[in-house]
Design a protein around this ligand. Structure first.
Ligand code: ADP
Ligand code: MG
Length: 808
């Protein structure tokens, strides 16, 4: 029996979920899976585990002796919710509750209720597939649709069936497992109406929560510096508006500590004798990023606020005067009382996080500056005003290359409404949006997309393999990725050596799976630790994912007149432009093209035929120059790309050090010297290893090559020198046999099971270093094999056929 304090009891009675206890427990009793949706703050996370506990779940002497497990996407929530539930259960049972996050836990033999991150439960599944220690699993915050949660729901739908069948057939000691999926939004049909997951749709229980109206006040303009804007807005709310807590949404730790410092200076606490109190410095971090799985918001690198200006807010200066919405209740008196400013982010020590639940000191106003944690995971009491910067730090994946990066981007409209809703828990509230309604309408997506659809698919497959999930193509995803791309992803993982021919994870694959990157880059970073090449490989991966920093000839308007290709996505009226070019322009064009190639050659010192190493040289040289803009102008570089590469190198170094214990002391140093000859050779091999499925061979080297049958006219003639851009290469596939045995390694040669691709020739892109000294060459002087990053489709200007060109 549970004895709760009267104070706790009174607070519980207020929670909508508590009114629904009977309905919820009946549904759980009668079904293997139940979905509960309810507004944030309605009591789902703190109460539902207690309902189960009181019904005997987790009690070794009951019918359901296994533990109650609750998963959370974030560590902060796992730890603080465990503490809260422990406190609510009272002294008799407080030891029944524990939490477990990676590398840290306080579970003991008597634990009945265990809060954990979803990553922890996924790891447990790989060693105990039936989850034999549990009688119920609650998947919380399912609306967030992060990859771990989605995969967990898929796996658990299978575990439910298995446990049910086992309980009926073989072993009387095995009990069925109960699954409860909880969501803060009503959008649960991906789970409830998904027949791959559940044959019979599980019941969906909606918990009605009281929600008071919240008025939204948009900014007239969308300021680039939302930190300053937030500071102004908070000051004004505090000075002018009636009592009530303020909750501010920012994107990361740097912004939060900065804003806290400014607000504490502006509205300091006073002691009884009127002297200022110095805020205690933040205690040292309890959980360091090194010890735990990375959460997006942990990655804080320099200034978060790099945002482009928004032309969309078309407001003249006269219009932009003092009219500011949402201050109608404004008092004439100016409040100069203290502001009780509290930060809230994932790496803050737990004791400090928990301060948000305490009442602020008398006569002061509570002001919590939080990351996205406060959107649905934690409900802060007494909030009447919300200030929303409209941004969130997110993992983004570069299209094509799948490199992960951490960027600040717009939230969805649904998130904006969630954030606003935090102001309406205890009474009517106000939400101040630091962006215009025009930006909101045009830039914000309706909902955020399931993370699994935004991730590189090979990365998802590798992650699942590392969890021991072997049949990926038939896996019951809540939102399934394309089936063929899953099959292709498995093939690629096989070529990369991450899985064996039976589809099982290899040792290399296990090491690769630790890196939250596209597997080809993970492989490069793993093998790149040899020959002291890591810094170079990191720079190369950063460069490849941002894209070639050299302006293309095309962008410069200095395309070779004879180049008969054109990028498909370009303006159609380019022909017109060319026609109008007069002789002077053509001369000018020639001169600039020459300069362009000179610039290219300047960086060819490491290797005269490698565009990747040319890029590496540029990346290294850029860091040593003080005149960045001039350097870029002189060398035909995009400065924006160079800056992005710099930033990404820093992020990648961080990712490598976090995931490789022996490298934990590696520091990011942007200035690195030139690689040695051996390193250059190693780097070329490492890049090839990462792009092993993207190798081409010169057409004349393919067995069975017949010059008279070649699609390329240069191959049929007997000319000594031909245009480099006309020399055909063939992609390696299972039908490709190489004539010349010199090119076959003694380990059995080119993998004959390489990719299946149509048998059409591809050509070198004119931006390649291979063209920088001469546009003509003898066929046999050209490299027999090339590795490419992307194949660019282009429509031939004269021929009308599609041509494919290789680019780094
Ligand atoms: P939900 O999961 O539905 O969003 P919760 O169970 O997290 O709701 O929260 C229910 C209530 O419990 C909220 O009002 C919240 O403020 C309160 N609460 C949660 N943790 C604490 C705590 N440590 N101290 C005081 N109140 C808390
Ligand atoms: Mg919750």
């Amino acid at each position: 029996e549970v004895k709760r304090s009267t104070e706790i009891q009174a607070a519980r009675i207020q929670l909508p979920v508590v009114q629904d206890e009977q309905r919820i427990m009946e549904a759980i009793h009668n079904n293997l899976c139940v979905i509960i949706s309810g507004e944030t703050g309605s009591g789902k996370t703190t109460q539902v585990p207690q309902f189960l506990f009181e019904a005997g779940y987790g009690n070794p002497k009951s019918d359901n002796p296994g533990m109650i497990g609750i998963t959370q996407p974030r560590r902060v929530a796992a730890v603080s919710m465990a503490q809260r539930v422990s406190a609510e259960l009272g002294s008799l049972h407080k030891d029944a509750v524990a939490y477990q996050i990676r590398f840290e836990q306080n579970a003991k033999p008597g634990t009945a209720v265990k809060f954990m991150t979803d990553g922890v439960l996924l790891r447990e599944l790989s060693t105990d597939f039936t989850l034999s220690r549990y009688s119920a699993i609650i998947i919380d915050e399912a609306h967030e649709r992060n990859v771990n949660t989605d995969i967990l729901i898929g796996v658990l739908s299978r575990v439910l069936k298995l446990r049910y069948d086992m309980s009926r057939e073989q072993d009387p000691k095995v009990k069925p497992l109960k699954l409860i999926i909880m969501s803060a939004t009503l959008r649960v049909t991906d789970f409830s109406m998904n027949s791959a997951l559940f044959n019979t749709p599980p019941p969906v229980l909606n918990v009605d929560a009281r929600q008071y109206p919240v008025s939204n006040h948009f900014n007239r303009r969308t300021p680039v510096n939302y930190l300053d804007e937030a500071y102004k807005k908070i000051s004004k709310i505090h000075q002018r508006l009636p009592p009530g807590g303020i909750l501010v949404f920012m994107t990361g730790q740097n912004e939060i500590t900065n804003l806290c410092r400014r607000l504490r200076t502006a509205f300091p606490k006073k002691t009884k004798n009127g002297r200022l109190v110095k805020e205690e410095a933040d205690a040292s971090l309890k959980i360091t990023a090194n010890e735990a799985e990375i959460e997006v918001e942990d990655v804080d690198l320099g200034d978060d606020i790099i945002q482009e200006a928004f032309d969309i807010d078309n407001i003249s200066d006269e219009e932009d005067d003092e009219i500011e919405e949402g201050f109608e209740e404004q008092t004439d008196e100016v409040n100069t009382g203290p502001l009780h400013v509290l930060p809230l982010y994932s790496l803050l020590p737990t004791a400090q996080q928990m301060k948000i639940f305490e009442a602020p000191p008398d006569n002061s106003r509570l002001c919590v500056i939080a990351t996205n944690i406060a959107e649905t995971s934690l409900t802060i009491p007494g909030i009447r005003y919300v200030v929303d910067c409209g941004r969130v730090k997110e993992r983004h994946y570069t299209k094509d290359t799948g490199v992960q990066r951490f960027d600040v981007g717009w939230i969805s409209k649904a998130s904006a409404d969630q954030r606003a809703g935090r102001a309406g828990r205890t009474g009517p509230g106000h939400c101040y949006r630091l962006y215009s309604s025009a930006v909101f309408e045009s830039e914000f997506a309706q909902f955020s997309k399931a993370e699994i659809l935004r991730m590189p698919i090979e990365g998802v497959v590798l992650q699942m393999k590392s969890m021991g999930i072997d049949t990926i193509a038939n896996f019951p995803f809540p939102t399934p990725p394309d089936r063929n791309s899953l099959i292709d992803a498995e093939k690629l993982l096989h070529y990369l050596g991450a899985i064996n021919s039976k589809g099982a994870l290899t040792d290399l694959g296990r090491t690769m799976s630790v890196f939250p990157l596209a597997p080809r880059f993970a492989k490069m970073l793993v093998i790149g630790q040899q020959f002291d090449c890591l810094q170079y490989i990191i720079a190369i991966v950063a460069g490849l994912s941002v894209g070639d920093p050299f302006l293309s000839e095309h962008e410069l308007g200095i395309e070779h007149e004879l180049n008969n290709y054109e990028q498909t996505n370009d303006d159609a009226d380019e022909d017109e432009v060319l026609k109008q070019m007069n002789q002077g322009d053509i001369e000018d064009n020639k001169r600039r093209r020459k300069e362009y190639y000179i610039a290219q050659r300047r960086f060819s010192g490491l290797d005269g035929s490698s565009d990747v190493l040319k890029m590496l040289s540029v990346i290294c040289a850029y860091e040593f120059t003080n005149e960045k803009a001039e350097f870029c102008y002189k060398n035909f570089l995009r400065q924006k790309s160079m800056e992005e590469i710099h930033k990404l190198r820093q992020q990648l170094t961080h990712i490598v050090t976090i995931n490789t214990p022996k490298l934990s002391s590696l520091k990011f140093d942007s200035k690195i010297g030139a690689p040695s000859a051996i390193q250059v050779k190693a780097l070329k091999q490492m890049v090839t290893a990462g792009f092993i499925d993207q190798v081409v061979v010169r057409e004349d080297l393919v067995a069975g090559f017949d010059a008279s049958n070649s699609t390329s006219k240069v191959m049929s003639g007997n000319r000594k020198r031909v245009k480099i851009t006309d020399i055909p290469y063939m992609r390696l596939n299972q039908y490709t046999f190489i004539k010349d045995t010199r090119f076959l390694s003694n380990r059995g040669g080119v993998d004959k099971s390489c990719i299946r691709e149509p048998d059409v020739p591809v050509y070198i892109h004119p931006s390649s270093l291979l063209l920088s000294s001469d546009e003509m060459a003898g066929i046999s002087e050209m490299p027999p094999f090339l590795v490419y990053n992307i194949i660019q489709q282009s429509s031939a200007r004269h021929a009308g056929d599609d041509e494919s060109r290789l680019r780094i």
